[in-house]
Design a protein around this ligand. Structure first.
Ligand code: DX5
Ligand code: ZN
Length: 231
């Protein structure tokens, strides 16, 4: 089963509760929250108060993508605000193993993200410690960018590596995901699709999410012999 995690980055921040309720109605599985600090990425979005406010208006899992420097100092704060998943960038962690276990201790889903130029081998020693690997298919910071084509092969390599170490970590993909790229990344091994612009620029959010789900189902059929992970 492929999970759809719309990102609210390109939603109307003046009506966030309505936007999140619309995502619920439209069949989203998770809400992807792009936290940006203006240092790790050249953009600034929102922080714990917004997570806490959204926690009060939705029961969907809040999947927080921390595009911030020194995430260690914020992990408890995001968990207390209501984050279900906490994903940090390997590039922002001086002691990644310690940060991963710090997230684990809070009870949140443990995610690590890699920017497009960061080698998969960065995660070699921690693959069995994480619940999710977030592969950036654009350079982080903005919605509506173009999918980086080389990402598909990268996702295949990661899926193969995870199988090799018997890790059941989910592969999440983020950036430029639409009806076409969704099929390709799921066929390569993606389990969770983040989509911002494709969902929020669509005439119907429901149609957009259904199109992503259909594309995901197509992609699952094209996987070389492996069944999809239950998430
Ligand atoms: C970019 C964010 C993505 C982005 C995806 O830094 O991490 O989640 O919002 O947006 P689209 O789907 O519009 O590329
Ligand atoms: Zn994101």
């Amino acid at each position: 089963m492929v999970r759809i995690a719309p990102s609210i980055l390109t939603s109307d921040f003046a009506r966030l509760d309505k936007e999140v309720h619309a995502l619920e109605e439209a069949g989203a599985d998770w809400i992807h929250l792009d936290v940006m600090d203006g240092h790790f990425v050249p953009n600034l979005t929102f922080g714990p108060p917004v997570i806490a406010a959204l926690r009060k208006v939705t029961r969907l899992p809040l999947d927080t993508h921390l595009m911030i420097e020194d995430p260690d100092q914020w992990i408890e704060t995001y968990r207390e605000a209501g984050a279900d998943g906490i994903t940090v960038h390997a590039e922002a962690c001086r002691h990644l193993h310690r940060t991963i276990h710090h997230i684990r201790e809070t009870g949140a889903r443990v995610g690590v993200s890699l920017n497009p130029a960061t080698p998969l081998s960065t995660l070699e020693e921690v693959l069995s410690d994480v619940d999710l690997v977030l592969i950036m298919t654009v350079n982080p910071g903005f919605g509506g960018q173009t999918f980086i084509p080389g990402s598909v092969a990268r996702i295949s390599r990661l899926a193969q590596t995870l199988r090799g170490v018997q890790s059941d970590a989910l592969i999440q993909v983020d950036g430029g995901i639409d009806g076409e790229t969704a099929r390709a990344v799921v066929a390569a091994g993606a389990d969770v699709l983040v989509a911002g612009n494709y969902v929020f620029s669509a005439r119907s959010m429901t149609d957009a999410i259904e199109a992503l789900r259909r594309a995901g189902t197509e992609g699952l059929k094209q996987r070389p012999g492996s069944s999809s992970k239950v998430v």
